[in-house]
Write a protein that binds this ligand. Structure first.
Ligand SMILES: [Fe+2]
Length: 200
């Protein structure tokens, strides 16, 4: 990070009423952002992903574009990259060119100590902003906490449904549904190459 940038750290904790494996499945899945989290996002697309060859996780790493809905209406395009570090832990970096803000996130899950069937979601966040925003730290922190709380509440029906299906022995493994931007670009490129070969 450039020296002129200002850094803000915060920890965001949310709770789910569902067991950790349902929360973990939901945490890995990002495609639902564009559907389930329409209050805080306009759109989501995967740029490219690295599959997990061990088949333990939905992917190993993933880059994405998401159009955030700031303050409920303002579209902010952000570019992000995330890696699954281990079971129940994701690391992620996002950059918003319009604001010049980067966000580093270490997202962890733990079974709740009092009720192990519930899950604590603990996010360690560091926000890097141009120094011009250095007095706006509390607003960024408030906005991030609000965003995380809203998404957590919206995710609860998703986890409830997955648990219901699991309890009925319908445990369909999650999968990536959309074609990545990289696949689309590659297909276009290959089609052009094929046409060029036919023309010569
Ligand atoms: Fe979600």
């Amino acid at each position: 990070m450039a020296e002129f940038e200002h850094s803000i750290r915060c920890t965001i904790t949310n709770r789910s009423d569902y067991p950790i494996d349902f929360v973990w499945e939901n945490a890995q899945d990002m495609e639902h952002i564009g559907f389930l989290h329409r209050n805080t996002n306009f759109d989501f697309s995967i740029v490219d992903l690295e599959p997990d060859l061990s088949n333990k996780f939905l992917y190993q790493s993933l880059s994405y574009l998401v159009k955030r809905k700031m303050l409920g209406f303002l579209p902010l395009n952000t570019f992000g990259h995330r890696k699954i570090i281990s079971k129940y832990e994701l690391w992620q970096v996002e950059y918003c060119p319009f604001l010049g803000i980067s966000t580093f996130l270490r997202s962890t899950l733990k079974a709740n100590s009092k009720n192990p069937d519930h899950t604590d979601m603990i996010d360690y966040v560091e926000i890097f902003t141009p120094s011009i925003y250095k007095y706006f730290g509390p607003i960024f922190t408030w906005s991030l906490k609000r965003h995380a709380r809203k998404q957590c509440l919206e995710d609860e029906p998703f986890r409830m449904r997955r648990k219901e299906l699991y309890d009925r022995n319908l445990n369909i493994p999650p999968s990536i549904l959309q074609k990545t931007i990289w696949e689309k670009v590659t297909n276009n490129y290959l089609a052009h190459k094929k046409q060029e070969n036919l023309d010569t």
